[in-house]
Write a protein that binds this ligand. Structure first.
Ligand SMILES: Nc1ncnc2c1ncn2[C@@H]1O[C@H](COP(=O)(O)OP(=O)(O)OP(=O)(O)O)[C@@H](O)[C@H]1O
Ligand SMILES: [Mg+2]
Length: 260
């Protein structure tokens, strides 16, 4: 199963991605969690300490490795370098493992280089493609609201694209535009997951405003999620209600995937 989370800033993507990763790991799967956000904080959500998280070097900053694999210095644009560098050893060498989950932090190609033909971007794209298409673990990819990390091939290997929304027009608007971008890459299984919903009428509001989006479930508003975040504690271990919600989301998502 390869799952990506996307959606407007602050809606709950990282919280959902960490809960999904923990739930699959708890069910006995080997899981690779990938943080593809510029402002990377999936490590904390997985219960890794701030000190340890600060010591993780994002893949994109491994200059020597990028040079070795692409044949070009990071920071260069264009020129001759390998667009398809060898990456198969990277997940095992450069991830940190916790509770049966291997975490990889991608980092981002900063500023005007984004979307450009540069060695860092070739490296990131090749690595994501490898993880999505070649590894047999469950892969959970925590993204932002764009789809620029995904090349076409990688996008088509994503089984479920979970667009997180909260009960409010702005995140719904973002969801519709993310879905369009995803469909442009031929990703078909775009689902909406409602987050921070407080009651049935907020859940219904999301359903009513997203026609055409299957909704596998909701990660309801829970004060204990906020508390766990504030104290740097793992939501999966602290908030049974969130675990229950996520298990329901997974079951329904798997059901939708098997009978669309
Ligand atoms: N169901 C929920 N109930 C209450 N608070 C929540 C819930 N889900 C997420 N939050 C809180 O909302 C905030 C944003 O969550 P999170 O970091 O998961 O969002 P995000 O979409 O990944 O944000 P970003 O766009 O910055 O990456 C956090 O403080 C988190 O604890
Ligand atoms: Mg996040």
């Amino acid at each position: 199963m390869k799952i990506a989370t996307s959606g407007k800033g602050g809606v709950g993507k990282t919280t959902l991605a960490s809960l999904m990763a923990m739930a699959y790991a708890d069910a006995g799967y080997n899981v690779i969690a990938i943080d593809a956000n510029p402002d990377a904080n999936l490590a904390l959500a997985l219960g890794i300490s701030p000190e340890e998280a600060d010591n993780i070097t994002p893949i994109i900053e491994l200059q020597d490795l990028i040079y070795e694999r692409t044949g070009a210095q990071p920071g260069t644009i264009g020129g001759n370098f390998k667009l398809n560098p060898e990456v198969s050893d990277i997940p095992d060498r450069f991830s940190i493992e916790r509770n049966g989950i291997k975490l990889l932090v991608m980092g981002t190609v900063k500023g005007p280089l984004a979307g450009c033909v540069c060695p860092e971007s070739a490296m990131l794209k090749a690595l994501l493609m490898h993880l999505v298409l070649r590894r047999d673990e469950v892969v959970i990819l925590d993204m932002d609201a764009g789809v620029e990390h995904l090349g076409r091939g990688t996008a088509q290997g994503v089984d479920a694209f979970l667009i997180v929304v909260e009960p409010g027009q702005r995140s719904l608007q973002t969801a519709r535009s993310v879905k369009k971008l995803a469909e442009g890459l031929n990703i078909h299984n775009c689902y909406a997951v409602g987050c921070k919903t407080r009651n049935e009428s907020e859940r219904q509001f999301i359903k009513d405003n997203l026609p055409g989006f299957p909704i596998p479930g909701f990660l309801d508003y829970n004060e204990d999620i906020v508390k766990a975040d504030a104290e740097g504690l793992n939501v999966y271990e602290r908030v049974p209600q969130a675990v229950k919600n996520v298990q329901e989301i997974q079951q329904e998502m798997e059901r939708l995937l098997s009978n669309p």
